[in-house]
Design a protein around this ligand. Structure first.
Ligand code: GLA
Length: 714
């Protein structure tokens, strides 16, 4: 016998479902923690609606609302059997606890349409993150075509006000877009075959009065690296439903009798501590599920990446000289980017031929790897396994391995095609080539790139059926196979910058390249958006050149370093040609990173924007906080308003110390006694004062960073 109510609690949130035995479970509550033992109140359908010419029966929101039987909102399933069985409804519900009190599987049957749904929900006690996914099984004796299957349907309260999602493009990821919720449907879809730069699979919903640090907010993200869709829709009972799932190309959801379709996972959370509270929940959930080579506490090593120093012009003597220079400034991992493999002299050839170019590296990669190791650095390598150039040995030998539709032209992007890695022989080929490299050399890191969207993505050599979903599952399988064979190797997910950043790929990877744009000013914004869902230690962030190659803007080394160092720091410039003072300044920044990275990468992060062009982030906890305040625009105030730090303990006293003079790199800061003291050993201030009145902000030129430590002293 099913229980009447299902109640799941985490530390700060509660979920309540009502489970009649012959219907889909009804959403009764998802929100801030209710006290143990609090009994659910009356359901809306027990109250009397306004009389009107409506159905005699009002269908409330369930975990699986279905079309055609009295539900007029978006359905969690759109499917048919050649026109039949188009209207589904649950006729039986069985509840199976997988972890009593926190994880449950709802076995739902539609005895008429002959379908079974297994809806899994788990609420993590520590992080307050709810994970949800759905499996559909075809119990009928004819195939069923699924057009849409929501990974989950979540309720949002009727006072939900705005939805914050992320748009963008190459070099400009995580561009915040805020829309007001209304009775019009809010919907975002991505059909690019990868997570995408322009449509992040997730969003945050605010309620009135919520801020960066207070008020109720909800967030959800689809852990999936392919096509996706999300919808928020106003319902007649005054609340909203939020659906998320994979966008299926026509035919991808065809299920033979007995076959199943498993959706990706939704990770969702709510917080009464505003955007930063919500971010902390997502960070904790991701940290708990990542598998790090060397353990999660292993310090994130400083990278040097060769891309912007050399592009494709790799000359071993120069590369070795760059390695020397890198080691001399404190770099710990040297990464050979694009250009190293067979006939890869430009972006028109070579992808697919994963062995060293014999002109550039006549003795293979061995001498370079040994040189790098002899300097005390790890070696890392760039690959783009899912791609091939028409001008490659691989394509000449296997022209049928590219995703393509017979009779239609091949569409290239950056002169490349996509390899159908759902073909076992193509996946085996890639495994063998990469495995051989990893077995031959002590390579400790792969930068795994994916530089184009999928088009004409029909399974190669087949009859033209869509292969987007198969491609994502195959890449996960290939990554898992390589990780199992080489557990010591760390993998970065790059996709022309930030085109593949999601909790799905992060099951198999450890770092993401957030953008090809390493202009520090652009990065401040990118990193703000990124931080809503992802913790700083997985953020690849590099100190680039001035002027920046992607924007032409120049910033001081101090600003570039201060922006990059809060993530997983790297250097992406030709260190060989730095003058002595720049070299020693870079060395000093790298050494600061090494001193601070433990605190930067393992605590909570608070972010915000403040008056007068300031963007800030603070890492640590209320005992010890590292604060970075970026001045992104010139001041328009005579005095910049103080910055309130609400995360501090109002009862405590703090020693506040400025760690690096703003003027270190030529920027001007007006002298003032308070700031002189802040630099010369620090000033003691009360937590309540800092939280309510705020920390005075120095007057400084634009594109500078004010770095302060706040340490509890009593
Ligand atoms: C992509 C990556 C870059 C670099 C190039 C190499 O654009 O995002 O960082 O690796 O490919 O081709």
């Amino acid at each position: 016998m099913s229980p009447e109510f299902l109640i799941l609690h985490s530390q700060h949130s509660t979920l309540v479902l009502e489970c009649p035995p012959d219907e889909a479970p009804l959403w009764r509550y998802w929100g801030p923690r209710l006290p143990d033992g609090s009994t659910p109140g009356p359901a809306l359908r027990g109250t009397r609606p306004l009389p009107s010419f409506m159905l005699d029966f009002d269908q409330p929101l369930t975990v699986l609302p279905t079309f055609g039987v009295g539900w007029f909102g978006q359905s969690a399933l759109l499917a048919h059997r050649v026109g039949l069985d188009f209207a589904q409804a649950i006729t039986e519900c069985q509840v199976e606890w997988s972890v009593p009190g926190s994880a449950v599987v709802l076995h739902l049957l539609d005895a008429v349409a002959q379908l079974r749904f297994d809806v899994s929900l788990a609420l993590d006690v520590a992080s307050d993150v709810l994970t949800m996914h759905t499996r559909l099984t075809n119990l009928g004796d004819a195939s069923i075509d699924v057009q849409w299957l929501a990974a989950g349907t979540l309720p949002l309260p009727g006072d939900a006000a705005t939805v914050r999602s992320y748009a963008g493009q190459h070099n400009h990821e995580f561009l915040l877009q805020t829309d007001t919720l209304s009775r019009s449907q809010w919907r975002r879809e991505n059909r690019r075959g990868r997570t995408s730069h322009d449509c992040f699979p997730g969003a945050v919903v605010t309620t009135p009065g919520s801020t960066a640090d207070s008020g109720l907010v909800f967030g959800a993200h689809l852990a999936w690296s392919g096509n996706h869709q999300q919808t928020i829709e106003w319902l007649h009972d005054g609340q909203y439903q939020w659906q998320m799932g994979e966008w299926l190309a026509p035919g991808e959801g065809r299920l033979a009798p007995g076959a199943s379709l498993q959706t990706p996972e939704i990770v969702a959370s709510c917080s009464t501590q505003g955007l930063n509270g919500l971010a902390a929940n997502f960070h904790a959930a991701l940290r708990a599920r990542m598998a790090w080579p060397g353990g999660s506490m292993r310090p994130r090593p400083v990278h040097l990446n060769t891309w912007e120093a050399f592009y494709f012009d790799l000359v071993p003597a120069d590369v070795m000289a760059l390695a020397d220079a890198a080691a001399s400034v404190g770099v710990e991992r040297f990464v050979l980017d694009d250009g190293w493999f067979h006939r890869r002299h430009h972006d028109r050839a070579g992808l697919g031929d994963w062995w060293p170019d014999s002109d550039k590296f006549p003795q293979g990669l061995g001498p370079l790897v040994q040189h790098v190791n002899s300097l005390g650095m790890e070696f890392g390598l760039w690959v783009e396994p899912e791609m091939l150039n028409p001008d490659s040995d691989l394509h000449r030998q296997h022209p049928d391995w590219a995703l393509q539709i017979a009779g239609r032209p091949l569409i290239t992007a950056r002169n490349q095609l996509v390899l159908d890695i759902s073909r076992p022989e193509a996946a085996d080929y890639l495994f063998e080539k990469i495995d051989a490299l990893l077995a031959a050399h002590p390579i400790r890191y792969l930068k795994w790139d994916l530089n184009r969207d999928l088009t004409t993505a029909a399974l190669a050599g087949g009859l033209g059926s869509a292969g987007y979903r198969a491609q994502v599952l195959a890449i996960y399988a290939l990554l898992a196979r390589l990780r199992a064979a080489h557990p010591e190797v760390e993998i970065e997910s790059c996709s022309g910058g930030g085109g593949r950043i999601d909790f799905g790929v992060l099951r198999h990877t450890h770092r993401v390249w957030a953008s090809d744009c390493i202009d520090a000013l652009s990065r401040v914004q990118i990193q703000q958006g990124f931080g809503q869902f992802f913790p700083p230690e997985i953020l690849g962030s590099h100190i680039g050149t001035a002027p920046a190659h992607t924007t032409g803007r120049s910033q001081s080394l101090a600003f570039r370093a201060a922006v990059a160092m809060t993530g997983h720091l790297g250097v992406e410039l030709d260190v060989r040609h730095l003058d002595e003072s720049t070299r020693s300044a870079l060395t000093a920044w790298i050494s600061r990173y090494k001193n601070w990275r433990n605190q930067l990468h393992h605590g909570r992060v608070w972010r915000g924007e403040a008056a007068d062009g300031l963007v800030w982030q603070a890492h640590g906890d209320s005992d010890d906080l590292l604060l970075f305040v970026y001045r992104c625009q010139p001041t328009s105030h005579r005095y910049t308003p103080p910055l309130r730090l609400p995360m501090l303990d109002p009862q405590a006293r703090y020693q506040v110390e400025q760690l690096v003079p703003i003027a270190a790199d030529g920027a001007v800061q007006s002298p003032a006694p308070f700031f002189d003291q802040l630099q010369a050993g620090g000033v003691e201030l009360h937590g309540a004062w800092l939280a309510q009145a705020g920390l005075p902000m120095p007057r400084a030129t634009a594109e500078t960073c004010f770095i302060v430590r706040l340490l509890r002293v009593g």
